[in-house]
Ligand binder design. Structure first.
Ligand code: LLP
Length: 415
């Protein structure tokens, strides 16, 4: 190979290398590994032994059509957050009955979009249930509850609990029942999502138990959807451990079997992970164009602005970083640097005060675990072009799965 892998990596890049990928497809570049994604899907499908179980890929984490097709091939279903997500999921071949539209503060037209396609809608408030009843009397419906339990890596992504906008407060169950009978609705499921990224399964189990207390108050449910939030270790280079899925699976199994006994029927349980499926199968590559010292701090200037990966700026998120180099000259020392992007804001920092092997102009930066909430949160800020996406197939070959934006894309919608 013509590059120098400064730190350890798996054969994530298959038959190619970061340097070759950038030469072929340009920089910056999102790269996904098909095998890693399939492996994550399989782990989740085998989480429990309880028979009526479904894994819904939360496609908001990464809505690339090819990745959706992979998830579908692996036997996953999908959730949707918007008509746009429904549109792409149908394009990826998901059947309407495989999709749950988890709406949040939407117009009747948006609900109708799902109803017209035979897609089940989850409503997020008593008033939205009323709106739904008005347009789909006698129809099937799902309700999102907020059982009071929340968890997450940052307060912006804790969606359950007593201080968030999501779900129906269970104190309003009498009002819910009234509207259900007024419009002869068939409440087939309830769902919740406590938040994004837990590393201890017990918090999830606590959330599951509390939403099942709510489920008990309704007869004839077909399913309970327990939400996502399954965490991945973003600090692998520092030895961070993985979420213990086996242990979580065992605990869930017990809760599910017990509940089915009590409820008197084999209700279906769904989980709804996004990050766990997409994060680790994606890396983000960028290029170092400038190195400078400003008042004692070394800045490594790259094309990895927050228009490309927003997580570090939005949530102070940590992503591990590796350095690749075309020459075979290894770095001889390490140093503490700020890795920054090319956006005109001083907050445009992808890695703060990070200790790394010495970095030079022309080096390739590999940002790990960037597959979830990476491309989908990218923007055209500063009229920058969103990057291309490439898949490393199971055979190890690179395949373009989304082209880079063009300048024409920037002016397409102007009248
Ligand atoms: N279900 C619902 C209703 C959700 O709102 C979410 C995520 C998920 C499932 C999937 O959660 P996951 O398994 O991916 O944790 N942009 C943030 C994460 C936002 C998550 C929003 N909701 C980030 O980059 O960390």
């Amino acid at each position: 190979t013509t590059y120098n892998k400064v730190s350890d990596e798996t054969n994530f890049f298959g038959n190619t290398t970061p340097v070759e990928l950038i030469k072929e497809y340009g920089s910056p570049l999102y790269v996904y590994n098909e095998n890693v994604m399939r492996e994550r899907c399989r782990e989740l499908k085998n989480l429990i032994t309880y028979p009526n179980f479904s894994v819904n890929y939360s496609v908001k984490a990464n809505g690339n059509l090819t990745l959706l097709q992979i998830a579908r091939e692996e036997g996953l279903n999908a959730d949707a957050m918007s008509p746009g997500e429904i549109f792409v999921e149908l394009k990826a071949g998901f059947k309407p009955e495989q999709i749950l539209y988890i709406s949040n503060n939407v117009s009747k037209e948006e609900m109708q979009f799902a109803i017209d396609r035979d897609i089940l809608v989850s409503v997020d408030s008593v008033s939205q249930l009323e709106s739904y009843g008005q347009i789909n009397e006698g129809g099937r419906v799902c309700i999102r509850f907020n059982s009071g339990v929340g968890a997450g890596h940052h307060e912006k992504v804790i969606t359950g609990g007593k201080k968030t906008k999501f779900g129906v407060d269970p104190n309003f169950i009498p009002e819910v029942k009234e509207i259900i009978s007024k419009y002869k609705l068939n409440l087939v499921g309830i769902n919740q999502h406590i938040g994004s990224l837990f590393m201890e399964g017990d918090k999830y189990v606590e959330g599951v138990k509390s939403v099942l207390d709510i489920a008990e108050k309704f007869d004839n449910l077909e399913f309970v959807d327990l939400g996502g939030g399954f965490g991945i270790p973003y600090q692998k280079l520092a030895g961070q451990k993985r979420l213990d899925l086996q242990d979580l699976g065992k605990k869930l199994d017990k809760v599910f079997f017990d509940f089915a006994d009590k409820y008197g029927k084999q209700i279906t349980f769904k989980v709804e992970p996004g990050r766990y499926i997409a994060a680790e199968c994606g890396n983000l590559l960028g290029t170092v164009y400038s190195i400078k010292n400003n008042y004692g701090m070394k800045y490594v200037g790259t094309d990895l602005g927050f228009n490309v990966l927003k997580r570090p700026v939005m949530y102070d998120s940590h992503h591990d970083i590796e350095i690749f180099r075309e020459s075979n000259v290894p770095s001889t020392k390490s140093e503490t640097v700020n890795i920054v992007g090319n956006i005109c804001e001083s907050g445009d920092i992808i890695a703060k005060q990070r200790e790394l092997p010495e970095i030079f102009e022309g080096d390739i930066i590999n940002v790990l675990d960037a597959g979830a909430y990476g491309y989908c949160m990218a923007s055209n800020y500063n009229n920058r072009l969103r990057p291309a996406e490439v898949l490393i197939t199971s055979e190890g070959n690179a395949k373009l799965i989304r082209r880079r934006d063009t300048f024409e894309d920037l002016v397409r919608n102007f009248e």
